[in-house]
Design a protein around this ligand. Structure first.
Ligand code: EPS
Length: 377
């Protein structure tokens, strides 16, 4: 079964990812993976760190002659910033400087108590969203696998701060999100959002927002109604919620549906040589199973908790009231988060594909997939 682990601290030597259970004979397109890493690094509102990092992968195992060979695939991404942090990140010697004033909203507080750490840096280094670079590398390999059976994944930003895009778009528009510095499709919002990010930066504050992830070409039948931990919507929600700073997930028109009646919500079924719907309020999943329509997920991100104008907190050493620790950070990372979400959705769907169609080699997956599709005719 497809699974992965990541390792690495934000300012350590780099990030490592191991993907286990990838099918053999998958062509690994390094340029595509590095292109995806660059997409994540863009986005108006990021801090100075992104001027330092030039994310690129090295593959350490699992690939020969440009194709996967069935063994664990190991990836390394170097942290260019490490050279500025060698002393603070020393693996062997005592660390002189410690952080003791947790940032409200961050893993700082609960993490340092849970792991009995007197230096909050030991928590923040791993909870940092730097880790998402590796998730994009792993997600882009999942995308390569999905492309071979016609599944594509898109995303766009639906709100930043109070500026919200309520329009619906068709597939031909999704790709143009990459042309916008804040990944919006509604061009009329772009200027206001950029101004808002600038204003927020001047105030020493941060902004959250929301985005949609749309997967096209997903066959009917991923996930299962039969058991709680096999439901596709549950697996996708878990995957999205695992991304740093995400506080809510919606599938299809979930929130509005709760205020509407059944006859207005459920997507009627038609047939013209193949089954289809005229609406997709279910977001492509019914009973925990993909129904052949686009899978549509919306995620909501809180404002980043590292503030230039910090909130009240307690010094965990003296137990006295202080302002929280200040740490260099982004003002708004919603555009970057939308790319990371594409990646984690890609991985989750690739995993479901390997559950449904086997997956020791790409040939086996494609042949099983084609057999299954033919039974539906
Ligand atoms: C992050 C804080 C910032 C971000 C970082 C996530 O890093 P730094 O503390 O070094 O300025 O830039 O994101 C990345 C490094 C990245 O690659 O996305 C945090 O605290 O989560």
């Amino acid at each position: 079964m497809l699974r992965f682990l990541t390792a690495g601290e934000s300012h350590g030597k780099g990030l490592v990812g191991i993907i286990e259970g990838l099918p053999s004979n998958l062509k690994i397109d390094i340029d595509f993976i590095n292109y995806e890493l660059q997409r994540r690094q863009k986005g108006y509102g990021r801090g100075n760190r992104m001027k330092i990092e030039k994310d690129k992968i090295s593959i350490l195992s699992g690939v020969r002659g440009g194709i996967t060979i069935g063994g664990p695939l190991t990836i390394f991404i170097e942290n260019k910033d490490y050279e500025n942090w060698i002393e603070k990140m020393d693996i062997h010697n005592d660390i002189k400087e410690t952080i003791t004033k947790p940032r409200p909203g961050h893993a700082d507080f609960a993490g340092s108590i849970k792991y009995n750490q007197s230096d909050i840096r030991n928590i923040l280094e791993r909870s940092s969203a730097r880790e998402t670079a590796m998730r994009v590398a792993i997600g882009s390999i999942s995308k390569l696998m999905l492309k071979e059976i016609g599944i594509d994944i898109y995303s766009y930003v639906t709100s930043i701060g109070i500026f919200e895009d309520k329009n619906n778009y068709d597939i031909n528009h999704f790709k143009s999100a990459d042309k916008s510095p804040v990944r919006v499709l509604n061009k009329s919002l772009e200027g206001n959002i950029i101004k808002e990010i600038d204003k927020t930066k001047d105030k020493g504050d941060t902004l959250g927002g929301s985005f949609k992830v749309i997967s096209t070409g997903v066959p009917i039948g991923l996930g299962s109604h039969a058991q709680w931990d096999r439901k596709l919507d549950a697996k996708l929600a878990q995957a999205i919620m695992s991304l740093q700073a995400i506080k809510a997930v919606e599938i299809g028109d979930g929130i509005n549906s709760s205020r509407n009646t059944g006859s207005n919500v459920h997507d009627e079924i038609f047939y013209n040589g193949r089954y289809f719907r005229k609406t997709n309020n279910a977001g492509g999943i019914e009973g925990g199973i993909s129904n052949g329509e686009y899978i549509e997920i919306k995620a909501y991100m809180k404002p980043i908790p590292s503030l230039k104008k910090p909130l009240k907190s307690i010094d965990m050493k003296s137990k006295k009231e202080f302002l929280a620790h200040k740490e260099r950070a982004d003002i708004c990372a919603v555009p970057a988060a939308s790319i990371v979400a594409e990646s984690i959705v890609a991985f989750t769907i690739a995993k479901e594909i390997s559950i449904k169609f086997g997956g020791d080699s790409m040939q086996e997956i494609i042949s099983n997939y084609n057999n299954y599709i033919n039974t539906q005719k």
